[in-house]
Design a protein around this ligand. Structure first.
Ligand SMILES: Nc1ncnc2c1ncn2[C@@H]1O[C@H](COP(=O)(O)OP(=O)(O)OP(=O)(O)O)[C@@H](O)[C@H]1O
Ligand SMILES: [Mg+2]
Length: 331
């Protein structure tokens, strides 16, 4: 069992409250993505679970056991850091083999070789196995650090923006690999990213952090469709949700100050006139940049639309989300 539970985890750095009573259950075998802007407390959360740092108050449990006082090795977690942490004087092969050479593991050399080669293959780095770690590009270093976590079989993987410096193609490949490695091994994965697609496609659950507080936890779909606040609503969705004054359309409920419309939740052809500012053909779909009563909106339409800059198109809300003066969702 490698369920991770955080209970009222609080962490201060001097006067700064980095984590404020964070409580969260990461189910065994789940893939949990933490979302939040810079400084929200994502890395700090991972460090609390890894044992690299310790809560001021509250407790972390792994598999039901309190982790207080246990080292990262005792917790059996593998972490991929935001900054690559390779041994510069070692080759890629030696870096990848390093975690397996721990005297505790007693891995036979043939087995080490087999694992290192298999991981290098997955990460598309086999041709660099004999390079020194310093003789690599940023994206290659990042893959070697992912590889060092993957060669082991820990109960828990903690990954901090592991794919951020890779190109789009490699990122798409590794997204699928990581997801299948995690699904096949049954390991629990706590993962930090700013990438919408990574969050939507890999996560079984998403935790939204805001100034060190966990403001929502649920499936990506739940958070996308039922965000608790304007803040949570903006964390998922690309292009992002549109916000307008609630009374700009008829029939806003009492107390509504803001209406939130996802790009695909703006119906076209009925309702009120809007002005087409820009048409972006993306291949599989078209983005429309609209101006509606001096507010900018982004919506999507079919790949083969005839609409052009300067056209007028009627719009009306379809599945609107309403928020109060504090940005909290009205249900
Ligand atoms: N060792 C430290 N000493 C002082 N302040 C720290 C330390 N580590 C983190 N902080 C502060 O705690 C807050 C949360 O930091 P954290 O690294 O968890 O953010 P993050 O969500 O990972 O952000 P990013 O997306 O930029 O990586 C920030 O305001 C940061 O400045
Ligand atoms: Mg961070």
């Amino acid at each position: 069992m490698a369920e991770i539970v955080l209970k009222d985890v609080t962490k201060r750095f001097g006067a700064h409250l980095a984590l404020d009573k964070v409580s969260m259950t990461v189910p065994d075998g789940s893939f949990v993505v933490l979302l939040g802007p810079t400084g929200a407390g994502k890395t700090t959360t991972l460090r609390m679970v890894s044992g690299l740092d310790h809560p001021d108050s509250g407790e972390v449990y792994i598999g039901g056991q309190p982790m207080r006082g246990l080292t990262p090795a005792q917790r059996n977690v593998a972490m991929v850091f935001q900054q690559y942490s390779l041994y510069p004087h070692l080759t890629v092969r030696q870096n990848l083999a390093f975690p397996l050479k721990s005297p505790l593991l007693k891995t036979p050399p043939a087995e080490i070789e087999r694992k290192v080669n298999a991981i290098a293959e997955i990460l598309q780095i086999s041709h660099k196995l004999d390079n020194k770690a310093t003789a690599l590009s940023g994206g290659e270093m990042q893959r070697v650090s992912i590889g060092r976590a993957l060669v082991r079989n820990p109960q828990i993987y903690l990954m901090d923006e592991p794919l951020s410096s890779l190109d789009a193609k490699l990122r798409a490949d590794l997204r699928i690999e990581l997801k299948s490695i995690q699904a096949n091994s049954g390991a629990t994965l706590l993962y930090v990213t700013h990438d919408q697609t990574e969050a939507m496609t890999m996560a079984t659950h998403v935790g939204v952090l805001h100034h060190g507080r966990l403001v929502q936890f649920g499936s990506p779909r739940e958070i996308y469709e039922n965000p608790v606040s304007t803040y949570a609503a903006t964390r998922l969705g690309q292009p992002r949700i549109n916000f307008l004054p609630a009374d700009i359309f008829p029939s806003a409920p009492r107390g509504a100050v803001t209406i939130g419309l996802r790009p695909e939740h703006i119906a076209q052809g009925l309702g009120e006139d809007s002005f087409v500012k820009r048409v972006e053909h993306l291949g599989d779909q078209t983005r429309l940049h609209l101006s509606f009563r001096n507010h900018d909106l982004i919506t999507v339409t079919g790949a083969h639309t005839e609409l052009r800059n300067g056209d007028i198109v009627k719009i009306q809300p379809d599945r609107p989300l309403y928020f109060d003066a504090d940005g909290m969702r009205l249900t």
